[in-house]
Design a protein around this ligand. Structure first.
Ligand SMILES: NC(=O)C1=CN([C@@H]2O[C@H](COP(=O)(O)OP(=O)(O)OC[C@H]3O[C@@H](n4cnc5c(N)ncnc54)[C@H](O)[C@@H]3O)[C@@H](O)[C@H]2O)C=CC1
Length: 424
């Protein structure tokens, strides 16, 4: 209950300061203030949710023959390390610290060097909320700091969000100390649109699946499979909507797309689009540098959101995570065919299906190789639901009740009520 009170108080402070925190997150990352507000809301909800679970953690009591019994205790792991990515700086820190602190651990958190700011505010908020000094700590730095933390003998667990190559290195380092890891890695998730779906809803779903945070979202549904008989209509509607996305100063109320995180990321995205064209894809809209009229934004890393048509499964833009505002549209004919193609990926973070046929919806998600599946929506992540990947998208879960298991260990106590029956 004590931990719960601290988390509830931290959630209250975040709520109270949400406008200031959202503004800082926009400055930190470049996402629109509109989206940053949603991130902050999800963040305090996460702390409230785990505050609720903190007081209800308990073990089991098991009766054994002769009056003997056993019981289990759920114990903290110790010092947990959180290593975050730059796309959801504050939210990722809350997704990790909420369950970590609720379970009784301390946390050392390293944000991405591209977004160092808001997690420091979170640390201040935890202190103000009554967390003892040293319970939640922020260490700034890049790869070498992350490696130092991952190898440190006093660290009991590492929870990482980021790219597959770095996730693999962290797992390797953790293996030396036999430390558990949670890996939230990349994706190239499929979004399947059947011709019986509500078209407007499906178009909106595809927009939500591709263009939040300038497309820099791990669970984005960037391979949009559309049943051939609605391909043309769907594509026209999507392109119309994408052209209307308001790009510009992320601090303005009506902006829906700010700049990408940095120059290398922008160039990486352009290189993918260039490669896509060379491999035969057609740019239906966007994919160009965008220079806002506002003089002070001229050097920003802006681009126009892009839709690629005439895509084939073996193109690089369809196989690899771009991590920018680029949607690839792929036609399909049958359910069986699209399932095979959707699963033909080394990733397995998320997947979505739009259809009005309820049997088909559940049949399809049952066969999709992805940890987070959406039916008739995309990219909603309520804290009550576990989130995490299959295959190279990682393992372990964030959010939901199950995450307590990833931040604690189980002790079994066996109690003898009779005499020891020695065999010697
Ligand atoms: N799917 C996802 O959620 C994310 C994917 N990415 C992808 O990764 C690419 C590279 O972006 P980065 O920010 O460099 O991602 P990254 O995965 O290398 O970095 C993520 C975090 O890990 C830390 N880190 C880097 N190397 C480390 C190491 N050897 N040991 C311990 N910690 C380490 C970073 O400082 C950062 O805090 C992006 O272009 C994007 O495509 C990046 C961030 C999130």
């Amino acid at each position: 209950m004590e931990r719960s009170r601290v988390l509830l108080e931290a959630a209250r402070i975040i709520r109270e300061r949400s406008e200031e925190l959202a503004t800082m997150e926009t400055i930190n990352n470049g996402k629109s203030i509109f989206e940053a507000r949603v991130d902050i809301e999800i963040s305090w909800q996460t702390l409230e949710y785990y505050a609720g679970l903190a007081g209800s953690m308990a073990g089991q009591h098991v009766q054994l023959p002769g009056g003997s019994f056993g019981y289990t205790r759920r114990e903290p792991l110790g010092v947990c390390v959180g290593i975050g990515a730059w796309n959801y700086p504050f939210q990722i820190a809350c997704w990790k610290s909420g369950p970590a602190l609720a379970s009784g651990n301390a946390m050392v958190y390293k944000p991405s060097p591209f977004t160092p700011i808001t997690v420091v505010l979170l640390a201040e908020i935890f202190r103000e909320a009554g967390a003892p000094p040293g319970l939640f700590n922020v260490v700034q730095g890049g790869a070498s700091t992350g490696e130092f933390l991952s190898k440190h003998p006093d660290v009991a667990k590492i929870s990482f969000t980021g790219s597959v190559p770095t996730g693999s290195k962290i797992m390797e380092m953790a293996s030396k100390g036999i430390k558990p890891v949670t890996l939230e890695l990349g994706g190239k998730s499929p979004l399947i649109i059947f011709s019986d779906s509500d078209l407007e809803n499906a178009v909106n779903g595809a927009m939500m699946a591709n263009f939040l945070t300038q497309g820099q979202v791990c669970c984005n549904g960037t391979r949009v499979f559309v049943q051939s008989n609605i391909l043309q209509k769907f594509t026209e509607e999507v392109v119309k909507k994408v052209k209307k996305i308001k790009i510009g100063d992320p601090l303005l109320e009506d902006t829906r797309m700010g700049p990408l995180i940095n120059r290398p990321q922008l160039e990486k995205v352009f290189a993918f689009i260039k490669g896509a064209k060379e491999q035969g894809a057609k740019v239906l809209t966007g994919g160009e540098p965008y220079i806002p009229e506002d003089q002070k934004l001229k050097a920003g890393f802006y681009m126009t959101p892009c839709v690629l048509g005439d895509c084939k499964d073996d193109m690089t833009c369809v196989k690899e995570e771009i991590f920018g505002p680029v949607m690839s549209i792929l036609p399909f004919d049958t359910e069986e065919e699209v399932l095979e193609r959707a699963n033909n990926s080394t990733y397995g973070l998320a997947a979505g299906v739009f259809t009005r046929d309820i049997q088909r919806a559940h049949r399809v998600v049952a066969s999709l190789q992805a940890g987070m599946c959406f039916i008739n929506n995309y990219n909603v992540s309520p804290v009550e639901l576990p989130f995490g990947g299959y295959k190279k998208s990682g393992f372990g879960r964030e959010n939901g009740q199950v995450t307590i298991e990833y931040y604690s260990q189980l002790k079994t106590v066996c109690v003898e009520m009779g005499k020891v029956e020695s065999v010697f």
